[in-house]
Design a protein. Structure first.
Lengths: 327, 242
């Protein structure tokens, strides 16, 4: 039985099981809409969580400031979209998409640059000291949130969504929001790119090895500190990209957006297993689906449901569903 | 150990771990070529000596010279790139990677020299058999073979090996002895061991460490032939625990 399940996909069957179970509780057309919403939400959380998971896994750094990159990504994207309002609201689909891609690119570039600064100035002095990591990264998060307040103010900001991604695609009586489909496809493309880098390149091999045993990678002659900077920058850039996409999804953003998302991001990292991209994707999809299904069935239980999901998985698999390090 | 033609020299090396001093002035010459053994009880400082040589723990004082390079304060990757390979006690295998990927990490440019790979497969046929399998699925002995294969994939001048026989079956240990004899034809091996029978069958020279100090050095044959000396040196562990 166990072998058959493993052959069929093992833990990858879990999101399918969640989907099938809820299909009995929710009308089919609503279920389809919720499933697409859950997948899109999952992909955006995956963008935010995958970098944090790698940073945890490779560098053993508890970065509570990760959400600052999410928030900055959201606000930078909102500003770029506002500046390109004629492209965003114009009739050209190409300009609509170009505006969104530019906004995402600006957020991602900022995330990478800010990640470099953050690693060098805030994180590097506290490697191997978890307590100080928590304190300084929390402190940096507060500073970052205040910076956002100073730059963009405390009033919620409306995020213009490109006209071509407004509205829904109707398939029968099922309405699927266009933006969610775009977010899902973008997340999927990023996952495939990350998978290829990690599985098919030497740098990816080094990262996977470093997640398991940093010291041995150094003993083989590789400078792990250079990998640290690269991974931190990539992780921060992905968080900012996730924030940019989330801004378009929410349509109204506040400086605490990142901090609010971090609960789900940490759940995903813990469920998936530290340092694992596959685990982050699996966890994010499960969290996205669960949040949407439960929000429909029992709205007050939406966040609690993911906490319960995390506890159940940790009781079953203490190291997460797909930990990078084989225990 | 011998003073002439040494590949590695430790001179009055002191190493602290946290607030504890583990090495209290280790001085050691490792001659070039062959297998040289560092013997000692648990906690005597054998592993600390190897880790200090690799720069994984820093020497507080003293000097470590590899060929003509002072490596005392060098970073671990730089030490490795000088031609020193390290096989830790826990083998340092990347369980989530395949055997091939583990080996590829040890290659200078990510590619394999067919001649050297064939030699490794001749020494350890299991490596060829499990080439594309994840390393966590290997047995303890096979993991040790992988760790050693990784260390000899490229030409190294010195290999530091920490207790390779720990927990292995006698048949695997016999295979290891043959493999080490073959490897020692081109590379110097500094072997840390507690298993005197294994060490005796391989070592050209021996150093005995106790409480962070070298208490004996000399040819292995001399120690193997002198039962009184063996009793005195190898009972240090008993005295230390009494």
């Amino acid at each position: 039985m166990k072998t058959t399940l493993a052959r069929l996909g093992g833990v990858y069957l879990l999101p399918v099981a969640i989907g099938i179970f809820t299909l009995f509780l929710i009308p089919t057309s609503t279920w389809l809409t919720l499933t697409i919403a859950g997948l899109a939400m999952g992909m955006m959380i995956f963008l935010m969580a995958s970098g944090l998971s790698l940073i945890f896994g490779l560098m053993d750094v508890l970065n509570f400031g990760h959400s600052a990159f999410v928030s900055f990504g959201a606000f930078i994207a909102a500003s770029v979209l506002a500046a390109l309002s004629s492209w965003v609201s114009g009739g050209s689909a190409a300009l609509n998409i170009a505006a969104l891609l530019l906004a995402v690119a600006a957020a991602t570039t900022f995330g990478a640059a800010a990640g470099w600064f953050f690693e060098r100035v805030v994180v590097k002095p506290v490697y191997k000291d978890h307590l100080r990591q928590i304190l300084v990264t929390m402190g940096a998060l507060i500073v970052a949130e205040q910076l956002i307040l100073a730059i963009w103010g405390g009033v919620p900001i409306a995020v213009p969504r490109p006209a071509v991604l407004e509205g829904s695609i109707l398939i029968g009586n099922v309405a699927i929001e266009t933006y969610r489909v775009f977010a899902f496809l973008l997340g999927l493309a990023v996952y495939v790119a990350m998978y290829l880098v990690l599985r098919r390149t030497r740098i990816g091999l080094l990262i996977r090895a470093g997640v398991e045993n940093r010291e041995m990678v150094e003993a083989l002659g590789f400078r792990i500190d250079r990998l640290f900077i690269g991974v931190f920058m990539a992780g921060s850039a992905l968080a900012a990209m996730g924030g940019a996409m989330w801004a378009g999804y929410q349509a109204l953003i506040t400086p605490t957006l990142g901090a609010e998302m971090m609960i789900l991001v940490f759940i995903v990292v813990i469920i998936g297993g530290l340092g694992s991209i596959e685990g982050s994707l699996l966890g994010a999809i499960m969290v996205g689906l669960t949040a949407n299904y439960v929000a429909f069935l029992m709205p007050k239980m939406a966040l609690a449901s993911n906490m319960i999901l995390m506890m159940a998985i940790l009781l079953w698999r203490p190291y997460g569903l797909k930990p990078a390090v084989q225990k | 150990m011998s003073a002439g033609g040494s590949i590695l020299r430790l001179d009055d090396v002191h190493t602290d771990i946290g607030q504890y001093r583990i090495l209290h002035g280790v001085s050691l010459d490792v001659p070039e070529g062959g297998v040289h053994v560092l013997l000692g009880r648990n906690g005597a400082g054998k592993t600390t000596t190897l880790r200090t040589i690799m720069g994984l723990w820093r020497a507080r004082s003293g000097a470590i010279v590899f060929r003509h390079h002072d490596i005392t304060a060098m970073a671990t990757p730089d030490i490795a790139r000088l031609g020193i390979a390290y096989v830790p006690e826990n083998m340092g295998i990347f369980g989530g990677l395949t055997v091939e990927e583990n080996m590829r990490l040890a290659s200078n440019d990510g590619s394999f020299d067919k001649g050297r790979l064939d030699r490794i497969f001749a020494l350890f046929p299991a490596m060829q058999k499990f080439w594309d399998k994840p390393a966590h699925a290997l047995s303890g002995g096979q993991k040790q073979m992988l760790a050693i294969s990784r260390a000899i994939l490229e030409r190294r001048d010195l290999i530091l090996i920490d207790e390779p026989t720990k927990g292995l079956a006698p048949s695997i240990i016999r295979a290891m002895i043959d493999a080490f004899r073959e490897i020692a034809k081109e590379t110097t091996i500094l072997l840390v061991e507690q298993n005197f029978l294994f060490a005796r069958s391989l070592g050209a020279t021996v150093a005995v460490i106790d409480d962070g100090r070298i208490v004996h050095t000399g040819p292995m044959a001399e120690l193997a032939a002198d039962e009184a000396l063996q009793t005195r040196l190898l009972s240090l562990s008993l005295e230390a625990h009494q």
